[in-house]
Design a protein around this ligand. Structure first.
Ligand code: F6P
Length: 362
């Protein structure tokens, strides 16, 4: 077979593990050729590519980012986009293209599939928000980076008796915030799945400080939402591909907390550091498994399918099903998060009812 491969959307630790896994499986096990397109669909449309082989992939396993480069460009953003993609299939004699990307990239792959193109998807994102896969590679690395940062921020918060607000990524779900908040021992973690009330947040902080804990770490997901009427955050800007540019809630929150409680507050936004650097072992292994499985899906002609992690095994699911809704944080984790918040007088049983899992539209 001749298989094209590309990485789309934001970069993510583990992308190179997928490329390496796919290339090795194709070349060594299945006597096939992998053509790597640069900068996602832009490379397909502009015929910017390189032939990948085991030699080219030597040493890339621990590297962050993607050796192929990435972009948010895609064929449906161009009038002649589909024609140019068709030309790439013909020119290179491609039997398939494996697209590695997040929710937006999976949407593009699904539309290409509906237009008759043989495609296979590999879910990638630090946000871990793609449905039907228990985990995406990159997520564990991002969580570890945030946890390390929170560990460090504890010492400053405690030395200065401050509130430190840590803004983490995750788009419209709170997986990174929940995991890193729990792992880093944050006093308060705010996620989109459970809109917050600023009065209540401040009350909890004041109560905690009165009880003698003079430092508080607040982890806030970039997509966290205040309850209506409680605190206003400006609507996010949108880039030329319709992608919301999130971020900024951390500084608004720190200012509000300081203003309302009188406790000195500071903010740290971890930003793209969360996507940078070497993937942790879990992400290297998951990326490798996904890469090999994607080649095998292509060999089986499993068009329009995405590889996924389910109960520890690699399975295939329809891309259309995977993108029909975002994967939100499990109720059990939301409940755990709630249990570790500072309690205030009048608090009922900690935790949320089991059916409180929010459905996030996108
Ligand atoms: O989807 C991954 C992610 O890092 C999000 O958490 C974040 O909102 C977004 O990408 C940032 O995108 P960009 O790199 O385009 O600023």
């Amino acid at each position: 077979m001749r298989i094209g491969i590309l990485t789309g959307g934001g970069d993510c630790p583990g992308l190179n593990a997928v490329i390496r896994g796919a290339t090795r499986a194709a070349e060594v096990t299945y006597d096939s050729t992998v053509i790597g397109f640069r900068n996602a669909w832009r490379g397909v449309m502009d015929n910017d590519y390189e032939i990948l082989d085991v030699d080219r992939c030597r040493g890339i396993l621990p590297l962050g980012g993607t050796i192929l480069g990435t972009s948010r460009d895609q064929p449906f953003a161009h009038e002649d986009g589909l024609k140019r993609v068709r030309k790439a299939y013909d020119r290179h004699g491609l039997d398939a293209i494996i697209g590695i990307g997040g929710e937006g990239s999976m949407g593009v792959l699904n539309r290409l599939h509906e237009n008759g193109f043989p495609v296979v998807g590999v879910p990638k994102t630090i946000d871990n928000d793609i449905s039907l896969t228990e985990m995406t590679f990159g997520f564990q690395t991002a969580v570890q980076i945030c946890t390390d940062a929170i560990d460090r921020l504890h010492t400053t918060a405690e030395s200065h008796h401050r509130v430190l607000v840590v803004e983490v990524m995750g788009r419209h779900v709170g997986h990174i915030a929940t995991w890193s908040g729990l792992a880093g021992g944050a006093a308060i973690t705010l996620v989109p799945e459970d809109p917050f009330d600023i009065d209540e947040v401040c009350e909890r902080i004041v109560h905690r400080h009165k009880k003698g804990r003079f430092a508080t770490i607040v982890v806030v997901a970039e997509g966290a939402l205040p309850r209506p009427g409680s605190f206003v955050i400006p609507a996010p800007e949108v880039d030329k591909y319709g992608h919301q540019i999130l971020g900024g809630i951390g500084s608004l929150l720190a200012r509000e907390i300081q203003g309302r409680t009188g406790i000195e507050s500071r903010m740290t936004a971890l930003g793209h550091i969360q996507r940078g650097g070497s993937p942790v072992a879990f992400d290297r292994v998951l990326g490798t498994r996904f890469g090999v499985a994607a080649v095998e899906a292509a060999l089986d002609g499993a068009w329009g399918q995405m590889v996924a992690l389910q109960r520890g095994r690699i399975e295939r699911v329809a891309i259309g099903d995977a993108i029909s809704s975002l994967k939100t944080v499990e109720p059990d984790l939301l409940r755990l998060n709630d249990m570790f918040q500072p309690r205030i007088p009048g608090d009922e049983h900690p935790g949320l009812p089991a059916d409180s899992r929010a459905r996030v539209e996108h």
